[in-house]
Design a protein. Sequence first.
Length: 75
Amino acid sequence: MFWPMFQLGLAFCGVAVLGVLAVRVGIEVRRFSRAVGDSAERIGRAVEELERSAEPLAARAGAVRRPNGRNNAKE
């Protein structure tokens, strides 16, 4: 009777360890997803800022074009 109870105790301990690890993984996944969301938001803001700062440059570059359709790059 000792060995079946010993095996049952080991099985319970194994399931308890797996449960604790599953909870830890869930917490880390939640933290990682929050970090990814924050990073995506920062990238979006940086893209908008880059677009706003590039508009005057693009307008200036369009006004400097040659009449034959070629750009001003030296060949």
